[in-house]
Design a protein around this ligand. Structure first.
Ligand code: CO
Length: 168
């Protein structure tokens, strides 16, 4: 089912999501709905809070070189924990919860991530560049952090200005 996206400045986006302890049919349904919702909105990543589920869950589906997203590349991440990180990358980000605003954000270019899959199995993944950036962006959502929080004061002002203009 396609869900409504929680849009900035909705206060739920500032909440810290809760650790998942039950790996049952509710979790699977939520993850399926997140995938449907993300694809419907042409996103590459989505966190639970963005559909109003305050659980530590996120999905990422990075396009390949042909710009297409393949479901076999879909990564479902539950209870993520960054074990290692290094490097620096400047990447232009957007967010389905902050429509029509894109800006460059500095992130780690490499992360090693521990997480659980939808069955509760513990996994590890190493991610670079685009995938590393997307994972960090979504993990931030689980802690109530948005990419606009990472901007310089100048760029943040530019956002506030554009946001006000959009609202009018
Ligand atoms: Co986002």
């Amino acid at each position: 089912m396609i869900e409504d996206i929680v849009i900035y400045p909705d206060e739920r986006l500032r909440e810290v999501s809760k650790k998942v302890v039950e790996f049952g049919s509710n979790l699977k349904e939520t993850l399926d709905n997140m995938y449907e919702t993300m694809m419907d909105k042409s996103g590459v990543g989505l966190a639970g809070v963005q559909i109003g589920k305050l659980d530590r869950i996120l999905i990422v589906n990075i396009p390949r070189d042909d710009k297409m997203q393949y479901k076999e590349d879909l990564l479902e991440v539950v209870n993520p924990k960054i074990l290692e990180y290094s490097g620096e990358i400047l990447f232009q980000e957007g967010c389905l919860s902050i429509p029509n605003f894109y800006e460059y954000v500095k992130r780690y270019s490499y992360i090693k991530l521990q997480y659980q899959d939808r069955e509760g199995r513990v996994k590890e993944i190493e991610a670079n560049d685009y995938l590393a950036v997307a994972l960090q962006h979504e993990i931030d959502h689980l802690n109530g952090v948005l990419f606009i929080d990472k901007l310089s004061i100048l760029k943040r002002k530019k956002f506030e200005k554009e946001y006000k203009r959009q609202k009018v």
